[in-house]
Structure formats: structure tokens, C-alpha cells
Ligand binder design. Structure first.
Ligand SMILES: [Zn+2]
Length: 616
């Protein structure tokens, strides 16, 4: 942490921020009972297992195990560190952060990501001002006007112009005291091949700043004003900018997307701006890259339906087919494909035919299966041979459709369209499904491989999985009890219950709870902060939101403790033998542990017999 933020400010933000609000900005939540559920933004799923508790102000996903408080969510979701998450939430809720002057000198250094952001924002201002005035600005403005982009849209999306010449931006940044090596890291300048120094990456191009979901500039796209190549040039991957995750325009259109429940996905910013400018505002663009799982995941939080808009040329058709595969691997969004008439892109179509014509056309967008069917028929024709090829292509797709009702409806329609027997089509689908599942079995890694670049270390997954196995169930229940019924912590402590835990990990969590129990009665969710590892945080959040674990009666609590202690005492039958062995081996540490356990068992047995005699 490089920027010092006092604890009381962190606490203030935590108490002001509402996790349901924050999560709702990117995940569509539905209320069920005490909690809210939605599709997890951190793993692929079709049925919601991502749970948010308003009472506890935490989230937990029963699918992938991710969980934590509002800071954790913002960090994980926006790829920020803790300080950045605090700053983001502070801004959002109007909590005042200490000003520059109040920080100690060593805290004045910003994190690299913060520095990259401020360099980007300097560059954005530079490009914007050069669209307003200076050499080439008139030409650039004329170009944008010629493409029908209004001054409002230019303003809203911070469009700019990178003047011709090799070192305009480099010179500007150097004057502002930005080391050019750092500007290179931001992707703004490029090191010269020969000699020393740097030159501007973007020259004589219209500039489209690329924003993150919080509308902070993370990269740039540049388009030439004539026919020179490359037509489009984007920032390289930087610590801030990942093209596989960034969607152009989403920071501006996210609320409109959410309201309409559907989004148009175009292939570039010019198409985006054309649709947006014509009043079709539920739109985003991928940035010179095919649609990725990361894109789909980002959209899942805002819409139920995505309409991919493609040109009808070869490249467009290929991109459409690839996108269908991506959607198949990432569930939770229904996909439609809109192919524009020959010779049109969204920009030309909407400008020539108008907004309502585009909307009418959009209503004819096809489900993937029918898109594949029609494009196969176009390719192969309706001869016997053509039909055979078409059937096998479409069968591949249908085999991957999980919903059996949908699948059988598709089979019926496809068979009808091709004039073949439904049974024959079904048989093809079955064969394709068998082959696919065989391939899936052969693939290493299995389910954890699917879009798993952010799944974190396997240890965490193991830890969560182990915690749910039968053997640890009881210990887990005791931890849950300590969280839900803090009054029982005294008894846990008196009986040294934690000493008998076989899972050291749960034991350490238990000890943290015992140490911090004073605060637990008021804000139990604060305990999440005190556990310093992610696996522990996840277990705790899981226990907090787990409904089946939260109906505690006093009697139930006592029963649990006694059941646990007796099972452990029974296990200690061979304790004496083990102690003897440890003595012979001079294993002092083990001996010490065993003697402690023996003492605890003896105390426990005394207590239990005292209890049972008093009950008589
Ligand atoms: Zn998840």
C-alpha cells in the first residue's frame, strides 16, 4: 500500500458503502429470502450461485468460492489493489480522503498503476486539445464531421487527435516531467530501434480513449484519416489495458444496457459511435480483437441478451462463428447474430437507412443455430451432398446445447428446413455429443480449465473443497456457530474445543474469532477483514451466507459441541500409546502437543461426566 489511508476512513467507507448497490452495478441481482443472488462475475455459470448478504455486507459464490466484503468485490472485479478500491468507493460515496498535504512524505509515491493512469489522462488531455486547435486539427474535425460524429459525442467520448510528427506527445510528456520509459510502459511512445530516445506511437490519427468500467482512461485507439495502413492502431497490453477484457463504451452505456436488458456488440469504435450517435445507445465495441470470454463475462452483469452485429463479408462470418464458440463456453447470456446486408457495416447502414430501419433489422437477429444453418446452406447449397455437410456442422453446435427442450426444438426446425427426417438429425446430434464428451474427458484439467485465468492458486480451491468434505463438516459447523451465535464463544473457549480441531486452517480461523469476539456481536462481518488469507475469507463468507447453517438454538449449539468433543475423545483411545512413542523418539514438540491434548480430554471428560450426573 503506497497511499496511506487511515483506518477510521476505511471504516467510514465500509459503513457507508452498500455492497448490494455496488455489486448491482455489474451483476444483476434478484432477492431470494434474506439474500440476493445473481450470476457470478468470476466464473462461468448458468444458474446463479453468487450470493450477496445485505445484513452481513458480504458476498460469496458457492460455485467458485470467491467471497469477501465490499472492498474485496471492487478489488477483484475491477482488478484494483486495496488502496485503489478504497479510493474508488470513497469517491463514489463522497467520503473525504486525506489531502496531499496530510500525507507523510514517503506516502507521496503513487502505485505504478496510479501513475500509469495519470500519464494516460495527461495524454488524453493532450489529444483532446489538439483536436480543438493546432496543426491538423481542422482536417481531423472535418473527418469526424464527415463521418457524422456530432460534437456532443466527441465530448462525451473524449475523442482527440494525435498530430502528425514523431515526438509531439513525447515532448509534451517530457516537459510535464514524465520519464519516457514510463510513457513507453503506458503504451504511448515506442523506443527507437537505432540510437536512443522514443517516438510517438499515435501519429496523425483520430484518438479514441478507452475507459475502464469506472470511466478512467486505460488505453487508446487510433484511426487514420485516409486509407493508409494500419487503419486502426490500439494501445499494446499494459498493466492497465487488456484488450481481451475491455469493451469500448461500456462505462458510458452500462446503465442504458441494463435498462434495456440487451446490448449490441460491434467490432470497432466507429460502428459503436455511429449507433450511439443515432440513438441506439445500448451498444459496446470489442477493440480490434475477437470476442473473448472476458468480454462476455463483463456484459453478463448488465444484460440478458447480446446481439452481435457483423458485416456479411468473409471476415465477418468467421468472426461470428468464433463468437458462438466463446458464448458456448461462457453461459448466462443469450446470443443473437445480426448480419448486415451485403456491403454494409453498422455505420453505413444506420446513416443510410436510419435508426428505425436498423431497429427493424435488429429484430431479425438470429439465434446461433439458425445463423449457422443459413450460412452452411449458403456455403454448401441444398444438394444431397450440401445437406450432409450442413447437417454435420449444425449437429456439432446442437450437441453442445445443454437445455434438452431447446435442443429438441432446434432439431425439429433444422430437420424441417433441410427436408430431412427428424430422427436422422437427432442421431447425428447424438454422435456429435458422444464425440465431444470423449474429447472433453481427454482434455487435462477438466472443469477448472474453463476460462480459468483468474481462478487463483489451486491451494485455495483445495482448501474450500476440503472444508466441505464430511470429515471437516463438524469443525466447519462449529466455526459457523461461533460466527452466528457469538454468545457460544465463551463455552468454546472454556472447553478448549479448538484444541481438538484436526484442520489447522479452521483452527486458526477459530482462534481469530475467539481473539476478536468483542467486536463480533455488533458487526460480525468485520471478522472477514481479520483473516489474512483469501481461502479463510472465503470460508467465512460462505458460512455467513449459508442458510442451512444459520438456524441455531441454544440446545442445538450445546449438542454440536458435545457431539464434537465425544467424537474426538473416542479418537484419543490410542493417545497413551502415541505419547509413549513420542517419548521414545525424543520428539519433544509432538510430545508437548499430545500431553496438551490429553489434559484437555481429561478436563473435558470430567466436565461431561459432571454434566451427565447433574442431569440425572
Ligand atoms: Zn463464482
Amino acid at each position: 500500500m503506497t497511499l496511506y489511508i487511515p483506518d477510521d476512513i476505511v471504516a467510514e467507507i465500509k459503513h457507508t458503502a452498500d455492497i448490494v448497490d455496488i455489486v448491482s452495478e455489474s451483476v444483476r441481482l434478484k432477492k431470494t429470502g434474506r439474500n440476493y443472488v445473481g450470476l457470478c462475475p468470476f466464473h462461468s455459470e448458468k444458474t446463479p450461485s453468487f450470493t450477496v448478504s445485505a445484513d452481513k455486507q458480504i458476498f460469496h459464490c458457492f460455485g467458485c468460492g470467491e467471497g469477501g466484503d465490499v472492498f474485496r468485490f471492487v478489488m477483484k472485479h475491477q482488478g484494483l489493489d486495496f488502496t485503489e478500491a478504497v479510493v474508488t468507493l470513497a469517491r463514489r460515496y463522497g467520503v473525504r480522503l486525506p489531502s496531499e498535504g496530510n500525507r507523510s512524505p514517503k506516502d507521496k509515491t503513487m502505485s505504478e498503476r496510479q501513475q500509469l493512469r495519470s500519464v494516460n489522462s495527461l495524454a488524453m488531455d493532450f489529444f483532446k486539445s489538439h483536436l480543438r486547435e493546432g496543426p491538423g486539427s481542422e482536417k481531423a474535425a472535418r473527418y469526424l464531421a464527415g463521418r457524422g460524429i456530432s460534437s456532443d459525442v466527441i465530448e462525451e467520448f473524449h475523442l482527440g487527435y494525435a498530430p502528425a510528427g514523431w515526438d509531439n506527445l513525447a515532448g509534451f510528456l517530457a516537459k510535464k516531467g514524465v520519464p519516457l520509459g514510463f510513457a513507453e510502459k503506458a503504451g504511448l511512445v515506442v523506443k527507437k530501434n537505432s540510437g536512443t530516445g522514443y517516438y510517438d506511437r499515435f501519429r496523425d490519427r483520430i484518438i479514441f480513449p478507452i475507459m475502464d468500467i469506472s470511466n478512467r482512461v486505460i488505453g487508446f485507439g487510433g484511426r487514420v484519416l485516409d486509407d493508409s495502413l494500419p487503419k486502426y492502431l490500439n494501445s499494446p497490453e499494459t498493466p492497465l489495458y487488456h484488450k481481451g477484457r475491455s469493451l469500448y463504451g461500456l462505462s458510458v452505456t452500462k446503465n442504458i444496457c441494463r435498462q434495456s436488458g440487451e446490448v449490441f456488440i460491434t467490432e470497432g469504435y466507429m460502428d459503436f459511435l455511429a449507433l450511439y450517435g443515432s440513438g441506439i445507445k445500448n451498444v459496446v465495441a470489442t477493440l480490434g480483437t475477437a470476442l473473448t470470454v472476458g468480454h462476455v463475462r463483463a456484459l453478463k452483469g448488465f444484460v440478458e441478451k447480446a446481439i452481435l452485429v457483423f458485416d456479411s463479408d468473409e471476415a465477418g462470418m468467421k468472426a461470428a462463428r468464433r463468437s458462438i464458440d466463446v458464448f458456448n463456453s461462457e453461459k448466462g447470456l443469450s446470443l443473437f447474430i445480426l448480419v448486415l446486408p451485403k456491403g454494409h457495416d453498422p455505420d453505413s447502414y444506420v446513416r443510410e437507412k436510419g435508426t428505425s430501419a436498423f431497429k427493424e433489422l435488429a429484430a431479425t437477429a438470429q439465434e446461433p443455430v439458425f445463423f449457422l444453418l443459413e450460412s452452411a446452406i449458403r456455403n454448401y447449397g441444398l444438394s444431397v451432398d450440401g445437406k450432409i455437410k450442413t447437417v454435420s456442422e449444425v449437429a456439432e453446435y446442437l450437441a453442445a446445447v445443454e437445455d434438452s427442450v431447446a435442443r429438441s426444438l432446434y432439431v425439429k426446425e433444422v430437420a424441417e428446413r433441410l427436408g430431412i427426417e427428424e430422427r436422422a438429425m437427432l442421431e447425428k446430434v447424438r454422435l456429435a455429443a458422444a464425440r465431444q464428451s470423449q474429447q472433453a474427458r481427454r482434455r487435462p484439467g477438466g472443469v477448472f480449465e474453463v476460462g480459468g485465468e483468474d481462478n487463483g492458486p489451486d491451494d485455495d480451491v483445495d482448501e474450500v473443497a476440503r472444508a466441505y468434505s464430511i470429515e471437516y463438516r463438524m469443525e466447519l459447523q462449529i466455526i459457523a456457530m461461533m460466527l452466528h451465535v457469538p454468545e457460544m464463544i465463551c463455552e468454546i473457549e472454556e472447553k478448549n474445543v479448538l484444541d481438538f480441531f484436526t484442520n489447522d486452517f479452521l483452527k486458526s480461523i477459530g482462534n481469530i474469532i475467539v481473539t476478536h469476539r468483542a467486536g463480533l456481536e455488533n458487526r460480525s462481518a468485520d471478522i472477514v477483514e481479520l483473516v489474512d488469507n483469501d481461502a479463510g475469507k472465503r470460508i467465512i463468507t460462505a458460512l455467513f451466507v449459508g442458510d442451512e447453517l444459520s438456524n441455531w438454538t441454544e440446545e442445538g449449539c450445546r449438542n454440536l459441541i458435545n457431539r464434537f468433543m465425544t467424537s474426538r475423545a473416542r479418537r484419543s483411545d490410542n493417545l497413551t500409546q502415541m505419547i509413549k512413542a513420542a517419548e521414545e523418539n525424543h520428539d519433544d514438540r509432538l510430545l508437548d502437543e499430545l500431553l496438551k491434548a490429553k489434559g484437555a480430554i481429561a478436563r473435558q471428560n470430567r466436565m461431561m461426566s459432571a454434566k451427565s450426573s447433574s442431569e440425572l
